[in-house]
Ligand binder design. Structure first.
Ligand SMILES: N[C@@H](CCC(=O)N[C@@H](CS)C(=O)NCC(=O)O)C(=O)O
Length: 209
């Protein structure tokens, strides 16, 4: 049995839930992190040393952390033929490059914007920090938009793990009260396409909290 530890409001949990739903793999999810707590115990830290979510656990004592690594593991272990993670080295590397871009380039400013606008009370917000992060996130989304002008999905011609890593963030980007959001027609069209996928809708488009 696959057990996913992590609250459903975490973008890093959402992407894993989306994959599990997309692949139709049986799993159970346990709420930990944020208001649920439960991530400071020695047992949890043995799975995720920083006490973050998600963590994956399987029968036999196997555990794993880092959401993008979990995505790759699930495909390798449970769906080795899935087009979401191509076997051919070149398309696989393209998928991995855009997954890395999500973690390192888009993730930090996107997180600052989200936490600032959604999880911070208005009187405590740092408007300058939010504005700066918004500009940085917009620049990263503009790069994704340019790619989506050339091919229908983030890493190429078909849906891949790369798309899954951006899915939770694009829902927030288009639905938070972001000031100065640039026009990104290809990004918008890609997001609208994702919204037609039941697995994406179920995993990534809940209330933004
Ligand atoms: N690089 C890690 C980042 C994990 C992370 O930052 N998770 C956040 C939620 S998105 C977290 O655990 N926040 C604290 C909490 O929920 O208690 C990953 O991708 O798994």
């Amino acid at each position: 049995m696959i057990r996913l530890w992590g609250r459903s409001t975490s973008s890093n949990v959402m992407k894993v839930v989306w994959l599990l739903e997309e692949l139709g793999l049986p799993y159970e999810r346990r709420d930990v992190g944020g208001p649920f707590g439960g991530t400071a115990t020695p047992e949890y830290r043995a799975m995720q040393p920083l006490g973050l979510v998600p963590a994956l656990e399987e029968d036999g004592g196997f555990t794993l952390f880092e959401s993008n690594v979990i995505l790759r593991y699930l495909c390798n272990a449970h769906a080795p033929a899935t087009p979401l993670y191509p076997a051919d080295p070149r398309p696989r590397a393209q998928v991995e490059a855009w997954m890395e871009f999500q973690q390192t380039a888009l993730g930090p400013p996107a997180s600052t914007v989200f936490v600032g606008l959604v999880r911070t009370p208005p009187e405590k917000r740092d408007a300058a920090a939010i504005a700066k992060a918004t500009r940085e996130a917009a620049a990263m989304w503009t790069i994704i938009d340019a790619g989506l002008a050339r091919h229908p999905y983030v890493a190429g011609e078909s849906l891949s793990l790369a798309d899954l890593t951006y899915g939770p963030h694009v829902h927030r980007w288009f639905n938070m009260p972001v000031e100065g959001r640039p026009a990104a027609p290809h990004l918008r069209a890609w997001y609208d396409g994702l919204l037609t996928r039941p697995a994406y809708k179920a995993a990534c488009t809940g209330p933004i909290v």
